[in-house]
Ligand binder design. Structure first.
Ligand code: FAD
Length: 295
């Protein structure tokens, strides 16, 4: 399914963002407890599990491959008639209700569980300072601001290609900086430059990017990673040691917003992720009950 065909309602009791083990376990409890919920996840669900060659510590499944376990999780969802909406969320606005945004789509929810995996740790020098001032994460959302300007895309995966192709129709000059091999289909107007980005620079707004030893003057840069930094998703979110700070009930500093799995910090383990996901839904139900939103 592509984003242009997303099946979404305007409002849910609960939105679960992320379709790794934490998000899937959260959805399982939401389904069992008959919540009006949506499970949202950028595909493929849990690239980490695909990469895990052998899992030895998942109770009841000795020596199972990560991909085999992942397929079992997906089959379990299918059997329970749980659908995954293949959507990348770029912003969550504080409720009530919370508003979720990504590309051309939006929805709202009374409670939200973030199950988004680990936040990228190595942000580029200047990235946080210039966020929203020339630095962004969603070309589809902000691209029109760069009509007839010079824009770069730093991409960690092929998703960057469709963002760059979209910008090629709008911007005067698009520079593509891939952090992966095997580039697919790029518009011939796009200039590809390879190398490590050393810094993003500017005083009040982005002015240039330094790539190896070359300084490139720019109006905008979009960074396409597998995961967004949590603080970009929701700037008010309290972090601790680069993880979302939660208490024993998986509550964040924002009422109605819960977090589960790797995004809440170490240990990065499947059982911890699944356990937190399941628990977060039960806590979200208590929260909804306190609002009178769940019978
Ligand atoms: C090579 C490797 C081997 C491993 N081996 C083991 C092992 O043997 N045992 C073990 O216990 N653990 C192992 N792990 C760790 C385990 O895979 C993780 O702890 C687990 O996958 C975390 O689950 P999660 O649901 O928190 O996050 P993830 O599995 O990372 O899932 C997060 C999901 O959310 C999606 N997402 C993120 N942001 C957004 C957004 N903004 N909008 C929509 N969707 C979004 C992502 O695309 C992803 O699908 C291994 C990890 C790796 C990389």
């Amino acid at each position: 399914m592509t984003e242009t065909q997303l099946k979404l309602k305007d409002h849910y009791q609960l939105a679960i963002i992320g379709c790794g083990p934490a998000g899937m376990a959260a959805a399982l409890n939401a389904q069992i407890r008959r919540l009006d919920y949506v499970l949202i996840g950028k595909e493929p669900c849990s690239p980490k599990m695909i990469k895990a060659p052998k899992v030895e510590n998942f109770l009841g499944f000795p020596e199972i491959k990560g991909e085999e376990l992942r397929q079992r999780f997906l089959k379990h969802l299918e059997q329970m008639k749980i659908e995954i909406v293949p959507w990348k969320i770029t912003n969550v606005y504080k409720g009530p209700p919370f508003t979720l945004l990504g590309g051309d789509y939006t929805t709202t929810a009374d409670a939200v569980i973030l199950a988004i995996g680990v936040s990228p740790q190595n942000l580029f020098f200047g990235e946080t300072k210039l966020l929203g001032r020339g630095v962004g994460y969603c070309a589809t959302c902000d691209g029109p601001l760069y009509a007839n300007k010079t824009v770069a895309i730093i991409a960690y995966n092929k998703e960057g290609e469709s963002e760059a192709n979209y910008l090629a129709d709008i911007a005067e000059h698009v520079i593509y900086i891939p952090y992966y091999n095997e580039i697919g289909k790029l518009d011939p107007r796009i200039e590809i430059k390879k190398g490590s980005v050393k810094s993003l620079n500017g005083n009040y707004k982005l002015e240039d990017l330094v790539l190896e030893n070359e300084k490139i003057a720019l109006d905008g840069v979009f960074i396409v990673r597998d995961n967004l930094p949590s603080e970009q998703l929701m700037p008010e979110l309290k972090l601790s040691a680069n993880a979302i700070e939660v208490n024993h009930n998986l509550e964040t500093n924002i009422p109605g917003l819960f977090a589960a799995g790797d995004c809440t910090g170490q240990p990065y383990q499947l059982l911890k992720a699944a356990g937190e996901g399941a628990t977060a839904t039960l806590q979200a139900i208590k929260y909804l009950e306190s609002l009178g939103k769940k019978a």
